[in-house]
Design a protein around this ligand. Structure first.
Ligand SMILES: Cc1cc2nc3c(=O)[nH]c(=O)nc-3n(C[C@H](O)[C@H](O)[C@H](O)COP(=O)(O)O)c2cc1C
Length: 206
């Protein structure tokens, strides 16, 4: 089903549109109880003996969803129905921002790869909190990835992480600090501390 849908539909559309389409379908699945339970049945498998205990949490198996897919917590119930052992929301910035301009997800079909230079589009921590607050917490651990706003200087970055953590603390089971986004201006390499982009469109390699 995935190969058919991917080749006939998704691969022909703009990658960011495909991403939003997938989010929309998952939102519908999460909001319709019959659809949600059907997807849960479809994706359930025998995972006895694969559970992992870490960070004081139990993960049913080793496969979770990394940050970047559900940046704004728009379809968590749909994603947990797919059977991930955890879902990482974000990266969330303290204030809303649009991310980079122009085409920012590029498919390399021959290489079966993707270039991502979205630059942390985010509706901001407050809006994400509004979305997470009414959700019924099921057993799937929820991680929240914390990002800094593009306009925030490196010297002030810790304040951004702190502000988002304070706002979203009640809703995450664990938190990830995204200290380096190589496609965002003024972020630094976590290994050597060198600033990767001093100005927009002038990437440095480290
Ligand atoms: C379109 C796109 C957006 C992403 N956005 C984020 C993000 O906001 N925060 C983050 O920590 N990682 C982000 N990532 C990186 C993913 O979380 C993940 O590390 C990367 O896709 C590699 O995954 P893999 O090791 O399963 O191949 C993004 C990736 C893609 C393709």
């Amino acid at each position: 089903m995935y190969n058919f849908l991917y080749r006939s539909l998704l691969a022909r559309t703009d990658a960011e549109h495909s991403h939003h389409l997938a989010l929309r379908v998952l939102r519908i699945i999460g909001n319709v109880p019959l659809a949600r339970s059907s997807v849960e049945r479809l994706t359930s498998c025998n995972i006895a003996g694969m559970s992992i205990n870490a960070l004081g949490l139990t993960f049913n198996h080793p496969l979770g969803l990394a940050a970047g897919f559900d940046k704004d917590a728009s379809c968590l119930p749909g994603l947990t129905a797919l059977g991930f052992s955890f879902v990482e929301v974000g990266s969330v910035t303290p204030r809303p921002q649009h991310g980079n301009e122009g085409k920012r997800i590029i498919r390399l079909l021959d290489d079966k790869a993707l270039i991502n230079r979205m630059g942390f589009p985010s509706i901001g921590a407050h809006e994400v909190a509004q979305r997470l607050q009414p959700l019924h917490h099921d057993t799937t651990p929820i991680a929240i990835s914390l990002g800094k706003n593009k306009a925030t200087s490196l010297e002030q970055a810790a304040n951004d992480y702190q502000a988002t953590l304070d706002c979203l603390y009640p809703y995450g089971d664990f938190f990830v600090i995204n200290i380096s986004s190589p496609n965002t201006a003024n972020t630094c390499c976590p290994l050597c501390g060198r600033i990767l982009w001093r100005r927009e469109h002038q990437p440095n390699r480290c």
